[in-house]
Design a protein around this ligand. Structure first.
Ligand code: PHE
Length: 341
């Protein structure tokens, strides 16, 4: 047995050993069941009783020496692994932080929420209805029979219908008023925010836009309540010094009807491009619900009266943020949308 030779073999193997698995293999080669040193120990039995103690001592010293070298190598490898991990996972705390870009709510969403909050506080309930509507709820029940000229005022998108009824994309949310009258008992106060569709597209019109309508039916509903409510609403939405005026108008489903103007929120009335030098902006239609509409819903018109109003949410959003082109609201350009965060 050449102790020095075995130790140099171990040293050789260890210098090229670069992983813990390789080290395990080396350990097995020398100290394992069939390892070099183990084989030496097995041969002890063949020696004479006189030779055995010394030989045993020498082999055990060798075993100890091999084990020490292997352990030392193991420690070095483990240290190296820790250093490598530290280097790999290192973070440079002096780097500037990276911002997580938070989304923002769309201006139409912001305007809708503001309106809904106001009306909820005034005791209104939010109602929704289908965007694909039948001819009856969009027109007929609203006192607009077939061939009525008022149908031409709405550039309607018709939808191929598999049923007997004519289907269309609702041109206003007034259809939800009818659905409300059909299903809810009076007295009632509802608002109906939602998407509506008209075949129209320019600086101030898009084929899809948003409306919010309100309907109040009660024994004591008057035109004065309507005007007071609308003034309070405008002052809440635009500003406290907001002024409104009502002009006589026509809608088949309200009588009398009015168009509501607000003192131009951009020039405060002195005249500008947006109000076309008139100092006023037309923002809303309203009126007392036509008795035929109430009667068709089975409401006793001697006891109950109602008022309704409808506005374009997009137009309100445009005015409050001074957005020059309605179509910008639907381009979804993030540079535009980020301004509302
Ligand atoms: N539905 C009307 C429109 O879209 C607005 C309106 C609603 C007018 C309620 C009066 C009362 O043009």
């Amino acid at each position: 047995m050449d102790k020095a030779l075995i130790l140099s073999q171990v040293a050789n193997a260890l210098t090229t050993c670069s992983s813990l698995t390789a080290l395990e293999k080396i350990k097995a080669d020398f100290l394992g069941k069939k390892g070099v040193v183990t084989e030496l120990l097995k041969q002890l039995g063949a020696l004479s009783a006189a030779e055995r103690p010394l030989a045993g001592q020498v082999i055990n010293e060798l075993k100890q020496a091999v084990l020490e070298r292997i352990e030392a190598c193991k420690e070095t490898l483990e240290q190296a692994a820790v250093t490598a991990a530290l280097q790999r996972d290192t973070i440079d705390v002096s780097l500037p932080g990276r911002n997580v870009a938070l989304g923002s709510r769309h201006p139409i969403c912001l305007a809708t929420t503001k309106m809904v909050d106001f009306f909820k506080a005034a005791g209104f309930v939010v109602m929704e209805g289908p965007e694909i509507e039948d001819d009856y709820h969009n027109f007929t029940a609203l006192n607009v029979p077939e061939y009525h000229p008022a149908r031409a005022m709405h550039d309607t998108f018709y939808v191929n219908s598999p049923f007997d009824v004519k289907l269309l994309l609702r041109t206003h949310t007034s259809s939800v008023q009818i659905r409300t009258l059909e299903t809810q008992a009076v007295p009632l106060r509802v608002i109906t925010p939602g998407r509506v569709y008209r075949c129209d597209s320019d600086l101030t019109h898009t084929p899809m836009f948003h409306q919010l309508e309100g309907l109040v039916v009660d024994k004591t509903s008057t035109f004065a309540d309507l005007k007071g409510l609308l003034l309070a609403f405008m002052q809440d939405f635009f500003n406290q010094s907001c002024e409104i005026r009502l002009r006589p108008s026509y809608f088949p489903f309200t009588e009398p009807s009015a168009e509501v103007d607000v003192r131009c929120v951009l020039c405060t009335g002195t005249g500008c491009r947006v109000c076309k030098q008139t100092g006023w902006l037309e923002v809303l239609g309203c009126g007392m619900v036509h008795p035929s509409v109430l009667a068709a819903a089975g409401i006793d018109t001697r006891e109950y009266s109602g008022f309704a109003f409808g506005l374009g949410i997009d137009r309100f959003a445009m005015l409050s943020h001074q957005i020059p082109d309605l179509r910008m609201l639907f381009d979804n350009d993030v540079r535009f949308l980020r301004q509302f965060s």
